[in-house]
Write a protein that binds this ligand. Structure first.
Ligand code: SF4
Length: 403
């Protein structure tokens, strides 16, 4: 299926939705509170792993081994549901019961992304390391995958940089991107890199769908959500990776369906992200809005356009499509067309939120999936590998295979 290129003069946001237009990349400053937590994590360093055996990142930081921080260790291992914790997603009562959850420390300003959900499903402990150590290795394959997605987007979307002057500008542009993409889908039958936002199970969640196709032959025309994974080797991934990809697409359908039912809680949205809905947007953003037939002065008006657009859209198709292509020539390796499973995705998000909202400690990847540890950058300091994990049985055998 082909589509005319969208002429929207707006830069599409990344999945983490941080860099838009010419605004400087926002830097999340580490607060004294967070530094204290980090220090306490480092202070718990174990002597079981010698410094020389560590990766350069850890060696530079003088880290030898890390257990959960004292704050984290106060959490239960399992059992708390997201509904047990009040006020974590609506901007009210934030200091009452879960003031130091990972969500509040690291995702309060931008919401939880779908890639956070899938990374958490991959290994909660690894996700915790990424957050606390603020280190995530970017491989050549990952960079190639990002480039491929940019090229796919450029086939149908013409991006124009605009200068943002406020957080309200940034959110306005995101909603305008959604509207432009939704119109492109309705008129051309295809759009790519569509940003989504929703209030899911009491937490704000964001994501960017790779591709949406509108079938023209089915009796019931429901948009099909598509995600493209690039592969270095000429083989399909193992089941845990495919499951992770399926979860990602199901999260997008969850967000999409939530959006089109016009459930968007605008007041909670403004309150949680500390936005002034009546602040006048920058001249460049207003000009872009006018050029997109969305004359507006404020974020509040843009949100109204967004909600009106959502009302025109049908729910997403229950069939979801994962495509696997070879990185070197973009040839198709295989497709996974599967059925949406609402119970599965709701359960996964619930489990994920228990971890993010401080209901329990991070779980390690399960025994049958410990092969993931072989390529994990945090293996040299992970208690399951170093043997610092009390009660673990399988870590002793695995470490030699890592070296
Ligand atoms: S070493 Fe294994 S259990 Fe530990 S963080 Fe990495 S993937 Fe998770």
């Amino acid at each position: 299926m082909t589509a005319a290129r969208s002429t929207s003069p707006i830069e599409s946001p990344s999945d983490d939705a941080e860099i838009l237009g010419k605004i400087s990349t926002p830097v999340e400053i580490v607060s004294d509170d967070e530094m204290a937590i980090l220090d306490s994590v480092l202070a718990l360093a174990s002597s079981r792993v010698s410094l020389s055996s560590l990766s350069p990142v850890f060696a530079q930081q003088g880290i030898r081994s890390i257990r959960s921080s004292p704050i984290l260790s106060n959490r239960r291992q399992s059992g708390a549901s997201s509904s047990d914790i009040e006020g974590y997603g609506d901007g009210r009562g934030e200091k009452s019961r879960a003031p130091r959850s990972l969500f509040h420390r690291f995702r309060k300003k931008k919401g939880l992304s779908v890639t956070d959900i899938t990374a958490t499903e991959w290994c909660e402990k690894q996700m915790e390391f990424v957050l606390l150590l603020r280190e995530k290795r970017t491989t050549k394959a990952m960079r190639a995958g990002t480039e491929r997605h940019k090229k796919l987007e450029q086939e149908v979307v013409k991006k124009v940089k605009i200068k943002l002057q406020s957080i309200e500008d940034r959110w306005a542009v995101r909603f305008m991107n959604f509207i432009a993409g939704a119109n492109q889908l309705l008129f051309d039958g295809l759009t790519r890199e569509l940003p989504l936002i929703g209030f899911i199970q009491g937490a704000w969640m964001v994501g960017v769908i790779d591709e949406i196709q509108m079938p023209d032959s089915e009796p019931e025309r429901l948009p099909i959500l598509v995600d493209t994974k690039t592969r270095v080797r000429n083989v399909l991934p193992a089941e845990p990776q495919r499951r992770n990809g399926r979860l990602q697409l199901m999260c997008y359908k969850y967000l999409w369906d939530d959006a089109v039912t016009d459930n968007f809680p605008a007041e909670q949205f403004f309150s949680f992200f500390k936005l002034n809905p009546h602040l006048v947007l920058s001249d460049e953003v207003k000009e872009s809005a006018v050029n997109s037939d969305l004359p507006a002065e404020t974020l509040d008006e843009i949100v109204r356009y967004y909600r009106n657009t959502c009302k025109m859209l049908p729910p997403a198709n229950r069939k979801l499509l994962l495509r696997y292509e070879l990185q070197k020539d973009h040839s198709l390796l295989g497709e996974d067309l599967f059925e949406y499973d609402p119970e599965f995705v709701e359960g996964q998000i619930k489990t994920c939120l228990e971890f993010w909202l401080g209901g329990r400690e991070a779980n390690y990847t399960p025994d049958e999936e410990r092969w993931k540890c072989r390529s994990c950058q945090f293996a040299p300091v992970c208690p399951i590998i170093t043997g610092d994990n009390r009660g673990s049985s399988s870590s002793q055998d695995l470490y030699p295979r890592l070296t």
